[in-house]
Design a protein around this ligand. Structure first.
Ligand SMILES: Cc1cc2nc3c(=O)[nH]c(=O)nc-3n(C[C@H](O)[C@H](O)[C@H](O)COP(=O)(O)O)c2cc1C
Length: 184
């Protein structure tokens, strides 16, 4: 539909035992419940990016189509050695112009206390060069392994915090997504 905003929710790692898949799925489900929003869940494990760069042979046409279709992005990145994973960078690098004038929000995750804040801070530098426009609110999942039940739902003691944070964040992301859509 013309007025529907399509959000690509990206999980930023291919690590087999990744905890980040839990907040990514939670955020995708949260967005699916918002009116006028369609969600595409983007898992770098589902794509094939041979070599580096954005030459035609270095792209995956399925990812290209998702980036073309998305009106906004929500990237969920773990912190690996104070930065974000190489697989996320490789996937983001495969496109360029299609990101232009689209807003992006971030979630950071970590097993420790800092919630991946250094990963998000370093990701900002790269993302700015792609043409994506970062919103000023992030959400963090420190001690991510303690936040979710096995079925993927958020434990009671964390629910209010994350529902409040995500409501505020999606208000801003959707506002910018609608605005940018009118000028693209
Ligand atoms: C290669 C590697 C490097 C890591 N470096 C950091 C780090 O610098 N800071 C941090 O808080 N956690 C670090 N961690 C732990 C992650 O925060 C932890 O695995 C968490 O669950 C999020 O990553 P995941 O989605 O891969 O599980 C690292 C994990 C890996 C696999």
């Amino acid at each position: 539909m013309q007025n529907t905003i399509t959000i690509a929710v990206v999980v930023g790692t291919t690590r087999v035992r990744r905890e980040s898949i839990k907040p990514a799925r939670y955020i995708a489900d949260f967005a699916r419940n918002l009116p006028g929003v369609a969600v595409i869940f983007v898992d770098p494990m589902d794509f094939n990016f041979p070599g580096d760069g954005n030459d035609p042979e270095g792209k995956d046409s399925r990812y290209t189509e998702i980036v073309r279709k998305a009106d906004a992005f929500f990237i969920v990145t773990p912190e690996y050695n104070h930065s974000f994973p190489g697989s996320l960078k490789r996937m983001l690098d495969s496109e360029l112009e299609l990101y232009n004038h689209k807003p992006v929000a971030f979630a950071g995750t970590s097993s420790g206390n800092w919630g991946g804040v250094r990963a998000v801070e370093s990701l900002l530098t790269a993302v700015r060069e792609t043409g994506l426009v970062a919103i000023s609110w992030d959400v963090y999942f420190p001690r991510v392994q303690e936040i979710f039940h096995a079925d993927g739902s958020v434990k009671d003691e964390f629910r209010e915090h994350y529902e409040h944070s995500l409501s505020k964040l999606f208000d801003e992301l959707l506002l910018l997504a609608r605005l940018f859509k009118t000028i693209r």
